[in-house]
Design a protein around this ligand. Structure first.
Ligand SMILES: *Cc1c(COP(=O)(O)O)cnc(C)c1O
Length: 414
């Protein structure tokens, strides 16, 4: 199968215009800041009016080198274990070498940074999946990567730090001594555990401090979702039958949107998927889709980025600890938020214990150890397979594998 030639931009097919990013009224223009720190092509993509955005040949070649198209499996083992007569398919993004879908946008963003003559890309990471994808992409493209990782994860997820370094990235626990914000945070509290907001602030300050640096973000923004639609563009070609139900997990919304938007777009245009339902699954620890408010809010805790209209728990929301660290985000991508508000996407949240049970069942039935984040989608697949009539079809996105998520699996086997 061929790698798609286009990413799909759902903004042109939405039932209502997407509210644009705005600057808050406090003097500083965050949109101007974004123009300074982001690769320029990404901002063009954020506001593009094209329905289909061409994937550069160089990026398509990179996608081939990392193993795209990813496989679409029939979940034979899970079907047998459930015995409900429902057919189940899944797209396996964990087959990519960094273990999750995040590489799809990391490669594109690093490519556009180099087109802008950048010599270094800078980013933040929480649990480390994004940092790992950026490190791998940078090593393939021959550019330096600097990653600010929240100090608590840096201490706890040592294996991801290790592999970022294997790829040649500089990884700094945040707060760090490298930036003014970091030094101030450390002075106030020498054992500061860090936060994603603080890490973003440090990454942006560090980007502005040096020549030839670009900042690249891992979720929520429109161009990130755009790049992830390569998943759904492939899946439409691979699926042998139209699903009745499409499921994915949501942190910031990029893998769910990337998988489902090409199908939702076809449905909105009356070109297929007429009877398909779409279900987004989040963690009870950060329930923005089911309990959030639809309003303008900052995508980052520090309030450095422009405000976007989204379902949000507030940018200062502090989620309780959970092993599915990739789902602990306060808001959902603007287009996904709008589709949820309009009832085109349904949403549900699950707690940690029921998700762990689903992960164990899936690992034993299918042989793939799922990421804790992806296991939220699996929980919904199991519940829906038991509820739907025989002969129904479910397709879901398995956003990553869980082979580096030791803490989660230690709790499962006790
Ligand atoms: C980061 C991550 C997520 C959550 O992020 P989205 O932007 O919602 O996709 C889900 N699954 C895995 C494996 C991740 O690494």
């Amino acid at each position: 199968m061929m790698i798609p030639h286009y990413w799909y931009n759902i903004n042109v097919d939405l039932p209502k215009p997407l509210p644009p990013p705005i600057d808050p009224y406090d003097g500083d223009s965050r949109i101007a800041l974004l123009m300074r720190i982001l690769p320029s092509e990404l901002l063009d993509q954020e506001f593009t009016a094209l329905r289909y955005v061409p994937i550069p040949d160089e990026v398509r070649e990179l996608y081939a080198r990392i193993g795209r198209p990813t496989p679409l499996f029939r979940a034979v083992g899970l079907e047998r274990a459930l015995n409900t007569g429902v057919r189940i398919y899944y797209k396996f993004e964990g087959a990519l070498p960094a273990g999750s879908h995040k590489l799809n946008t990391a490669l594109a963003q690093v490519y556009y940074a180099i087109k802008d003559k950048a010599r270094e890309v800078v980013t933040e990471t929480g649990a480390g999946q994004w940092g790992l994808a950026v490190s791998l992409a940078s090593s393939l493209l021959g550019i330096k990567a600097t990653v600010f990782m929240t100090r608590s994860s840096y201490m706890g997820k040592k294996n991801r730090v290790l592999f970022m370094r294997v790829y040649g990235a500089d990884v700094h626990p945040s707060p760090s001594e490298l930036t003014k914000y970091g030094r101030e945070a450390l002075r106030a509290r020498p054992d500061h555990p860090g936060s994603l907001g603080l890490a973003i602030t440090e990454a942006i300050e560090y980007t502005l401090m040096g020549e030839g640096r670009k900042y690249i973000p891992g979720s929520v923004l429109g161009f990130v979702v755009l790049h992830q639609t390569v998943i759904g563009m492939e899946a439409i070609k691979q699926l042998p039958e139209e699903p009745d139900l499409v499921i994915g997990c949501v942190g910031g919304g990029s893998n769910f949107s990337g998988f489902s938007f090409p199908m939702i777009g076809a449905k909105l245009r009356g070109e297929g998927f007429e009877r398909t339902r779409f279900l987004a699954v989040e963690s009870e620890a950060a329930p923005k889709l089911t309990k959030g408010e639809y309003t303008y809010d900052f995508p980052d805790t520090g309030g450095l980025l422009p405000m976007v209209k989204m379902l949000t728990l507030g940018h200062d929301f502090v989620p309780p600890p959970t092993h599915a660290a990739g789902l602990r985000y306060h808001g959902a991508a603007p287009a996904l938020s709008l589709l949820t508000r309009e009832g085109i996407v349904e949403a549900r949240s699950y707690g940690q214990d029921e998700v762990m049970e689903a992960a164990r069942l899936f690992a034993r039935a299918e042989g793939i150890i799922p990421a804790p984040e992806s296991s939220h989608a699996i929980r919904a697949v199991i519940d829906e397979a038991r509820r739907l009539p025989r002969g129904s079809v479910i397709a879901f996105n398995l956003s990553g594998h869980g082979l580096l998520d030791q803490d989660f699996y230690e709790r499962i086997v006790g």
